[in-house]
Ligand binder design. Structure first.
Ligand SMILES: [Zn+2]
Length: 470
């Protein structure tokens, strides 16, 4: 370690150039601080496995503190690799993270075991899972949860505060105060920010941070010009209701809604409850077909407080809700239904099975309420030019109705990102967690806004691996 006072940032994660795999290291002469350690996730499980199996580019045993801002797998999914490799640093997360974190990490451990076997068999190799349940146990033992909006002092050199990010349940921005000799820096790491235009269930509203020397900010929607507003949400709620009434009540078909098990499933359950629970004529089952999603529902019940807890308990107890064992085929289903199944990309899990039966049925609907990455099955299903799909070598004609909703995004929209970053009194803004087009577009407009308001903030859209701050 360099003994002269200094503060350097190393952008080790794939989130430096893409929207997945968060991992940033801040180094001073006496401290090493890791900001998140997420899995790389694309639509290719083989290359994901190989990337996530690569050795970490730093020594985990030297880390003093690990911070994670929220429980999405691309931000937390690689933590057990740290603790497998002799890391003994406290894992610092916002209060209310523990239950969801635990469910997700044990699920990832199961998936890496499964992937290692499957890929080894296919390629005649002997690949090992990148971690196991014991590594997750050790990770969970290091977890320390901290309150929002309180300045916490860890030692003479490091203090921090979590500020609500408005992204998912208990998601935070991290404000980090670092001192090394006479050098002092206030660093804001936004992690993922939420959509400020639409009120979300079970999510503390986003709060602004006014100033920081350094901002490391997400840019996912940097080139998405159409904002998902409250007006669009209201319109899409009516559309959701109409599609379900038409498909299930008139045509007696199935509405398949592919969802991610964490956050989106619980949000959709609540949205459907609010639309249909007051209608005694609506006797259509709403099936939750995701074992991880069901586990996370229980984590929500163990985590939420007061009004939110009361609301989610009522939603879970709604008579129409049916909780399915994994991989039950549609043949056991007698009559119309609304099905919330994972994964949201349709590539894996029960949603993939449901898709095979629903897609050929002209009386049924697949309704998307999230982004579908390039190369995913969901992207092909959404594409009106694709009339026939090949799933696991078998051809499927696309006969069902396809609906694509846009207002359920859990990321901050372009206009709000610009307003927020332009409002912060900052010396440097690094853009991460966005592809090159999103960063180019956002940085251009942001520079124009900053200079018109007389600020000399530097915007760095394409980060180098290491930045020497001082
Ligand atoms: Zn996230």
């Amino acid at each position: 370690m360099d003994n002269h006072p200094h503060i350097d940032i190393y952008f080790y994660g794939k989130n430096a150039t893409e929207v997945t795999g968060s991992c940033i290291l801040i180094e001073t002469s006496s401290r090493k601080i890791l900001l998140e350690c997420g899995l790389y996730q694309s639509t290719n499980p083989v290359s994901d496995f190989m990337i996530n199996s690569e050795p970490l580019p730093f020594n985990p045993a030297e880390i003093d503190y690990v911070f994670c801002n929220h429980t999405h797998v691309d931000h937390i999914g690689r933590l057990p690799v740290l603790y497998k490799n002799r890391c003994s640093a406290p894992l610092i997360m916002p209060k209310g993270s523990a239950y969801v974190l635990s469910s997700l990490l044990y699920d990832c451990s199961k998936i890496t075991r499964f992937d290692a076997k499957k890929i080894s068999r296919k390629n005649h190799k002997k690949l090992q899972p990148y971690y196991n349940d014991e590594n997750v146990d050790r990770t969970m033992r290091r977890l320390e949860e901290y309150d929002f909006n309180v300045l916490h002092r860890l030692d003479d050199c490091v203090s921090f505060m979590f500020v609500p990010a408005g992204h998912i349940l208990n998601s935070a921005q991290l404000v980090l105060f670092i001192q090394d000799g006479d050098l002092k820096k206030k660093i804001l790491y936004t992690s993922d920010l939420g959509n400020t235009f639409v009120k979300k269930y079970y999510v503390q509203p986003f709060e602004k941070v006014d100033s920081a020397d350094i901002v490391i900010g997400e840019s996912t929607y940097g080139d998405t010009y159409e904002n998902a507003t409250e007006e669009l949400r209201n319109k899409e709620i009516r559309q959701l209701e109409n599609v379900i009434r038409e498909t299930c009540l008139e045509k007696k078909g199935t509405v398949l809604i592919p969802v991610f098990a964490n956050s989106r499933a619980q949000e959709l359950m609540t949205v459907l409850f609010h639309i249909f629970s007051n209608d005694p004529q609506f006797r259509i089952p709403v099936i939750l077909d995701t074992s991880l999603g069901e586990q996370i529902c229980m984590d929500y019940l163990d985590t939420l407080k007061k009004d939110d807890l009361h609301m989610f308990r009522t939603v879970c107890a709604w008579n129409n809700m049916v909780y399915f064992e994994p991989y039950i085929s549609r043949t056991v289903l007698d009559g119309p239904a609304v099905v919330l199944a994972s994964s949201g990309m349709l590539n894996f899990g029960p949603a993939n099975n449901w898709c095979k039966s629903v897609i050929r049925d002209p009386l049924s609907t697949i309704l998307f309420c999230g982004y579908s990455p390039e190369g995913s099955l969901a992207e092909k299903v959404k594409d009106p030019a694709v009339k026939e799909l090949v799933i696991e070598g078998k051809k499927y004609k696309k006969n069902c109705k396809i609906i694509d909703l846009h207002s359920f995004s859990s990321h901050m929209q372009r206009d709000a990102l610009l307003d927020y970053y332009a409002s912060i009194d900052a010396k440097t803004i690094f853009l991460v967690h966005g592809d090159s087009s999103a960063k180019s577009s956002l940085s251009e407009e942001l520079r124009a806004r900053l200079s018109s308001s007389g600020k000399d903030t530097t915007v760095i859209p394409f980060v180098e691996k290491c930045h020497h701050l001082c």
